[in-house]
Design a protein around this ligand. Structure first.
Ligand SMILES: Nc1ncnc2c1ncn2[C@@H]1O[C@H](COP(=O)(O)OP(=O)(O)OP(=O)(O)O)[C@@H](O)[C@H]1O
Ligand SMILES: [Mg+2]
Length: 492
């Protein structure tokens, strides 16, 4: 039930109870007044009659007595009058008073005996009456008889009924009027402002921070509306501030990434100078030697062979670097990781057999797609699988597995989402702690013919796919490289 309706009902109930109570007591007091008025009227009539009758002799002036009481009876409210003379046992009754009058004679006799007036409500011939009975005295103050006046109460009842009706109608109009006013008041000052507040809150919850509520007036609800408006405008300010801060943060991140890239390029450049410098020195030295010892065919052949090897090394370095530098933005295509892994394994079939490596695969059924560039991801798996094979010179087991995990990126709070986890595990040489710390640095290698670029390039590609690479390794037991790539969230 709405608040306005509840309040109206509650107030109306109070008003109805109060006004009904007031009406009830008003009717009682009106009734009392009317009865008292009637009694006063009958008593004064009685007193007049008493004075007139005590002045004459009831025995001698019987005709006058009869005329007197007939005259009283003519008054429309009087049903009849009875006069009784005790000594002569004379009974006078007004003309049209019919029926048994014995009870009234008893009343008169009692009144004479006790010298007291009596007032009683009763019925005479099916008519409701009020009787007023009093004794009559002679000149010496002795009770000689009595009178009973029978007054109809139908007039009184009629008056009470009219009074009741007028009070009923007044109360009804009062109740109707006040309930109507309460209804209008609660609607205007409570229901409508509350509905506006609720609508405003709903709009705000939907994200419309420009919502404002009409807050005219000085009551608590207007104050609430003003507080709501202040809150909405504070929220709007806060939202704008957050957007600005987020933009600034993004800008900062962008410039940081730029400077990181520059630092990497600087690192690459100096590494490159060093890495290419060494083979170039060797090439120069060997070319010199070959020129000097042209006669010694074997020596010249050896030098040319070394020149060839070193040139190949330089080519490999440059190819990897070009791959990294010219790296285009990865294509964003939903990919089946299982297919990419299979293709990579096919590619490395020869090396796997040559090194007597056993491959086991555990790729979960119905693995979700990842979004990315199949050529680039293939290069990542190629580098990782090649490293694993190279770490098992005497043969071993290469374990490939893929499953999904709900995790968040390192250093990112509440960024939990679904990732595909690809594990490339070997039973090879493993790595020392110091080696692990450096494996993603450009040109870091522990191999004679390695460029030290494979992992750096792979990490760059995976990061471009919004993923990352984890490494665990135990010296002498083997290593596991875990690649995390976010699951594709669109339709497959
Ligand atoms: N599975 C592995 N087991 C043991 N050590 C590894 C493994 N993978 C990488 N490493 C170490 O990390 C180093 C860097 O690897 P990375 O792939 O970047 O270069 P590389 O393999 O040496 O050279 P390239 O990839 O050009 O052949 C390796 O030289 C090796 O010491
Ligand atoms: Mg490598």
């Amino acid at each position: 039930m709405r608040l306005g309706t509840k309040l109206t009902l509650y107030l109306s109930l109070i008003i109805i109870v109060v006004l009904s109570g007031y009406g009830y007591f008003h009717i009682l007091s009106r009734r009392d007044i009317l009865i008292r008025k009637m009694k006063v009227e009958v008593r004064s009539m009685g007193r007049t009659l008493k004075v007139s009758l005590e002045k004459i002799s009831l025995v001698r002036e019987m005709e006058y007595v009869q005329d007197l009481i007939d005259a009283v009876e003519e008054y429309e409210k009087t049903l009849g009058v009875i006069v009784y003379h005790q000594g002569r046992n004379l009974i006078f009754r007004s003309h049209s008073l019919e029926g048994e009058i014995e009870p009234y004679l008893d009343l008169i006799k009692r009144s004479i005996r006790e010298d007291l007036p009596y007032e009683e409500f009763g019925r005479h011939q099916k008519v409701s009456v009020f009787s007023y009975t009093f004794p009559l005295k002679d000149g010496r103050g002795r009770n000689i008889g009595g009178v009973s006046i029978l007054q109809r109460t139908s007039f009184l009842e009629e008056d009470i009924r009219k009074a009741k009706w007028s009070i009923f109608i007044t109360i009804f109009v009062l109740i109707g009027g006040t309930v109507g006013l309460v209804l209008l008041g609660t609607r205007r000052w409570i229901s409508i402002p509350i509905s506006k507040l609720v609508a405003g809150i709903e709009n705000l919850a939907k994200g419309d921070l420009d919502t404002r509520i009409d807050s005219g007036g000085g009551d608590e609800l207007s104050e609430l509306a003003r507080a709501f408006n202040r809150m909405a405008s504070d929220l709007k300010d806060a939202q704008e501030r957050i957007i600005q801060e987020a933009d600034a943060k993004l800008e900062l991140e962008r410039s940081l990434r730029q400077s990181e890239k520059l630092a990497t390029i600087g690192q690459l450049a100096s590494g490159l100078a060093h890495e290419i410098g060494t083979p170039l020195n060797i090439i120069g030295g060997r070319a010199e030697l070959a020129k000097k010892r042209l006669g010694d065919k074997e020596e010249a052949y050896r030098s040319l062979e070394i020149i060839g090897e070193q040139a190949e090394r330089i080519t490999k370095i440059i190819q990897q670097l070009l791959g990294f530098i010219r790296k285009k933005k990865p294509e964003q295509i939903p990919l089946d990781i299982r297919a990419v892994l299979e293709k990579t394994l096919d590619f490395l079939d020869h090396q796997i057999h040559k090194q007597r490596v056993k491959v086991t695969k555990a790729v979960r059924e119905g693995l979700p797609f990842v979004q990315g560039d199949s050529d680039q991801l293939q290069q990542v798996f190629l580098n990782l699988i090649l490293n694993a094979i190279q770490s098992m010179p005497g043969g071993g087991v290469l374990r490939l597995s893929a499953s999904t995990k709900e995790i968040s990126k390192k250093d990112v709070e509440d960024g939990k989402r679904q990732y595909v986890e690809v594990c490339i595990e070997d039973t090879g040489l493993g790595m020392e702690k110091e080696v692990i710390q450096n494996i993603f640095n450009p040109f870091f290698t522990t191999k004679d013919t390695g460029t030290g670029l494979g992992l750096m390039v792979s990490q760059g590609i995976v990061q471009d796919h919004e993923g990352w690479i984890d490494v665990e390794s135990q010296l002498g037991k083997g290593s596991v490289f875990k690649v995390y790539l976010p699951c594709y969230e669109g339709e497959r």
